[in-house]
Write a protein that binds this ligand. Structure first.
Ligand code: CA
Length: 418
């Protein structure tokens, strides 16, 4: 039995495209002769939703005139999930073979190659969780006690910290190697300089599509309706800065210099067919963290490093389904104290590592804290990220020949600024 209805689009979609007619992710784009506006990726094209609305192809009363003539998705994300869903089905109809929209193709389609992508939404608050048991165990083994790698709270609550939203940047934006304090091995006094242990973290993030009042909590049952969609996320990390500063309050300047996200927001509705059962949570969790149904997702994740002069090497293959704590638990935990959330708040998963060594989601784990080399195709090796390396995260779900992909979150590391 197949999960998908058979749909053919009048837009030609290359085999293995991330942007099939079953995906329809939202993004904000501009062209050389137009302002920023909202579109949907389809194959190698973008469907311009502002043009569609102007032509009367998107008639939904809740979609105010000009809602897509906007440099952010926030106004659309703040609408009810029933509106998200109706908009999605109309867009799917518009793109299905035989629809009159094809007559307007010159107006409503923009090649992705001639468009520039922008931050898809205004990020409100940004939180980073630490929800992969494999990642938390690896880090605990390296830095604390191999026998008691997980701290006592880890299996009882989704550990997280408040990050910095001002430095969240979009795919393709280069970053400078951060500078900061470090305590070199064996030394008693810190030094200042460019980070020597530059790292990425393979993560995904979800964006909230709801405003709550202060004092209000979102239960695991309500959480699904409060999540608009997901993106790929690289939580760039300066390990030496992080190691020296993180006690006792957690990550600070070792993380806040930049985080990269992918430009297309894949909706939870598009991801529904890829739901899978999560790992067994033992010991059993407190009542407010219990949930019904499946909330893990089978999403293949890859990380590539491309050196300055050489081809890209895939150094990590992981999967979002390995997550111990799922999104509805993360959101329920985040709000259980009455902390309000706002449309555009971004919540990242934490590094997503699997059980095998090739599925570890950071250089810290792949090189086991710098104790071994990661081999690249051009005979170079890496323990951490070098200047001019480009790190690219990709992700896609695939089932019954249908692919729902995320595109990429990529960024090049430039030398530290003088
Ligand atoms: Ca992280």
């Amino acid at each position: 039995m197949t999960t998908f209805k058979s749909l053919k689009s009048w837009v030609s979609i290359p085999t293995n495209s991330d942007f099939s007619i079953h995906n329809l992710p939202y993004g904000v784009f501009s062209t050389s002769n137009g302002s920023k506006r909202v579109g949907v990726a389809i194959g190698t094209e973008i469907l311009d939703l502002n043009e569609c609305q102007k032509l009367g192809l998107l008639n939904i009363s809740e979609l105010k005139k000009g809602i897509f003539d906007n440099d952010k998705l926030n106004n659309f994300m703040a609408l009810a999930p029933t509106v998200w869903s109706r908009t999605r089905s109309i867009i799917q109809e518009i793109l299905t073979a035989g629809h009159e929209a094809e007559n307007h193709r010159d107006k409503i389609l923009v090649p992705q190659s001639s468009a520039q992508m922008h931050m898809p939404f205004e990020v409100g608050d940004y939180t980073d969780f630490y929800s992969s048991i494999e990642h938390a165990t690896n880090v605990g083994k390296m830095f604390r006690d191999p026998e008691n790698a997980l701290l006592p709270n880890w299996k009882h609550l989704p550990v997280g910290y408040h990050g910095r939203s001002s430095s969240i940047i979009i795919d393709g934006t280069p970053i400078h190697r951060p500078k900061g304090q470090q305590l070199p091995k064996g030394e008693s006094q810190p030094i200042f300089g460019p980070c020597r242990l530059m790292d990425f973290e393979l993560e995904m993030a979800f964006v909230v599509g709801k405003n709550t009042e202060i004092g209000e909590s979102i239960s695991t049952k309500q959480a699904e309706d409060a999540i608009f969609g997901m993106v790929l996320f690289n939580d760039w990390s300066a390990r030496d800065i992080q190691k020296w500063e993180y006690v006792p309050l957690g990550p600070f300047l070792g993380k806040s210099f930049a985080s990269t996200l992918s430009p297309w927001v894949v909706t939870m509705e598009a991801l529904k067919p890829f739901k899978v059962k999560g790992p067994k949570q033992e010991p059993s969790v407190l009542e407010y963290l219990k949930y019904e149904g499946d909330h893990n997702y089978d999403i293949n994740l890859l990380v590539g490093i491309q050196p300055k002069d050489g081809e890209e090497s895939i150094i990590c293959q992981s999967n979002y389904k390995y997550m111990y704590w799922n999104m509805v638990q993360q959101l329920a935990h985040h709000t259980i104290n009455g902390c309000n959330v706002r449309t555009g708040d971004l919540m990242a998963s934490g590094t997503i590592s699997g059980k095998t060594e090739d599925s570890f989601g950071s250089m810290l784990e792949l090189s086991w804290a710098g104790s071994k080399e990661v081999q690249l195709k051009n005979n170079e090796t890496r323990k951490f990220i070098k200047d001019y390396d480009t790190v690219t995260i990709r992700g896609f779900a695939e089932k019954d020949g249908v692919r729902v992909g995320f595109g990429q979150a990529s960024g090049q590391v430039l030398p530290a600024k003088d």
